[in-house]
Design a protein around this ligand. Structure first.
Ligand code: NAD
Length: 490
């Protein structure tokens, strides 16, 4: 069992390089046990306004700092974070619930964004464009847009922030980050590392607080030029509308309803292994997790049997304990929500193939926060289980007859974030992947997301991208200087 070290940071908002006093607090709990980990200082409107004003002051020097220097600071942050990986993973598991191995993977994943954008900082190039009139030229420049308001969810409390912070700071913007109320600890713990890496005071402000309060200040404060949110589609729509009067740039990473298409020639053992891995990852509370598994009618019984064996063998428990494959959900309400959807599907004719209740007997757990990994067969497109993001460890199986039909049904959703295609014939996999209306497709791969590539949804799953060279564009503005072309004779 991993034990949480004494806090090496102050659980209060971090503004202008100082931990700030607050009037209110947020109780942060370990979802596995229900124990209170900390009372975290909650930023109010006044403090968020101060944070934005401070970030605007810091922007003047940070935006003028050589890109190579900004990049070096981010690269150092990646190195320092990797060196402290174990402590950060333990903290992350304690407040979020995912297994320690998954938390450790998230720390590394977060570090890859600091490292990647540390390199990308030097690659923001402008260009000289020939002018249609003689004696003149255009200078096309890409400039940092200003202060960025960053808002992130609780499922990847560090990595979702790292993606945005790294891109914003590499571009020369300064950032005010609002982590999720449920998981502010690992976010605040980033502050001392950022300072140690050389991030100047005011360049990264961290303000835990209520979404509507902090989001409201981001939307109304004239010095916030970009709002970047990862969260639900409903929150995204709200943020977009709130940002409209100020004509702020908005970047949105929202909810999904990912199809997972098993082609008729797929290796079912491989599919079962990958699918179970994908669904126990963060207990299925992932925007890109498989939400609808389309399986050929002829292969349904065999896949059910293979999934059942793997799901039955899982160990569910406290993510800090050794040998645990899956932790709790974020809170009891999330478990009730998942159970209600499964019960409704069963009421409409679906069938539970298997349910893993290995956490039920374990002592010292808050059992209300655990949701059993479950395989459900006979799911139809109309059921809520297939219509909406499940956010739990449920594998819903939907049978299909023709591949074209599966693709059509996979696309019949307002969401378009991720999809998975499994099969042996790569030409066919590619054709199916090309026909799916999503931002990213994993072909025979359950976790395709990496810092090197752009990730962003289409349709109601969002706008803009994170990662790759595209990630930094969200924080850059293009402007043009039209000027006389200098001559040798003056
Ligand atoms: P949420 O939308 O409730 O909250 C996300 C963040 O937005 C939180 O920090 C919250 O405090 C803040 N927020 C809430 N109301 C706000 C407002 N009016 N203005 C500004 N900010 C506000 O989502 P959640 O339950 O924390 O996270 C789960 C959702 O996030 C799922 O739908 C999931 O699919 C999505 N998600 C998407 C991605 C992606 O990359 N596309 C990644 C992870 C999670």
């Amino acid at each position: 069992m991993k034990t949480l070290p004494r806090f090496w940071f102050d659980p209060r908002p971090w503004v202008d390089g100082v931990w700030q006093p607050t009037d209110g607090t947020i109780a942060v709990r370990n979802p596995a046990t229900g124990a209170v980990l900390a009372e975290v200082g909650r930023a109010d409107e006044r403090l968020v306004t101060r944070a934005i004003d401070g970030a605007a002051r810091a922007f003047r020097s940070w935006s003028g700092t050589p890109a190579a220097t900004r990049g070096a600071v981010l690269s150092r942050l990646a190195t320092i974070l990797r060196a402290r990986r174990d402590d950060y993973a333990t903290l992350l598991t304690a407040e979020q619930g995912k297994t320690w191995a998954q938390a450790s993977g998230e720390i590394e994943y977060a570090a890859t964004f600091f490292a990647w954008f540390g390199e990308e900082a030097r690659r923001v190039h402008g260009r000289i464009v020939p002018h249609p009139e003689a004696g003149r030229e255009f200078l096309v420049e890409r400039r940092p847009a200003g202060v960025a308001g960053l808002v992130t969810p609780w499922n990847f409390p560090l990595a979702q922030g790292a993606k945005k912070i790294a891109a914003a700071l590499a571009a020369g913007c300064t950032a005010v980050w609002k982590p999720a109320e449920l998981t502010p600890l690992v976010a605040l713990a980033l502050a001392p590392l950022a300072a140690e890496a050389g991030v100047p005071d005011g360049v990264l402000q961290i303000v835990p607080g209520q979404g509507s309060v902090v989001g409201g200040v981001f939307a109304s404060h004239p010095l916030v030029r970009i709002i970047s949110l990862t969260g639900s589609t409903a929150t995204g729509a709200h943020v977009l509308a709130a940002a409209a009067p100020g004509i702020k740039r908005v970047s949105l990473e929202l909810g999904g309803n990912a199809p997972f298409i098993v082609l008729p020639d797929a290796d079912l053992d491989f599919v079962a292994a990958e699918l179970v891995r994908l669904k126990v990852f963060v207990s299925g509370q992932v925007c890109v997790t498989a939400n609808r598994v389309f399986v050929p009618e002829s292969a349904a019984a065999e896949l059910e049997a293979r999934l059942a064996a793997r799901v039955a063998a899982l160990v569910v428990g406290n993510g800090l304990a050794d040998g645990v494959d899956m932790g709790p959900l974020i809170h009891a309400a999330a478990c009730r929500d998942v159970a209600t959807r499964v019960a409704a599907a069963v009421g409409e004719g679906a069938r539970i193939v298997t349910e893993n209740r290995s956490a039920d007997a374990a002592a010292d757990l808050d059992h209300a926060n655990f949701s059993p990994p479950t395989v459900v067969a006979g799911v139809t497109d109309e059921m809520r289980l297939a219509q909406e993001e499940i956010f739990g460890p449920v594998i819903p199986l939907l049978a299909y007859r023709r591949v074209g039909e599966a693709v059509e049904r996979a696309n019949a959703t307002p969401y378009g974030l991720a999809a998975y295609v499994y099969g042996r014939d790569l030409d066919r996999c590619r054709a199916v992947a090309g026909a799916l209306e999503v931002g990213i497709v994993g072909v025979n791969e359950w976790r395709p997301l990496k810092a090197e590539i752009p990730f962003g949804g289409v349709k109601q799953s969002g706008m803009g991208a994170e990662g790759g060279e595209e990630g930094m564009r969200e924080f850059l503005e293009t402007r043009v200087v039209s000027m006389p072309r200098p001559g040798i004779e003056g």
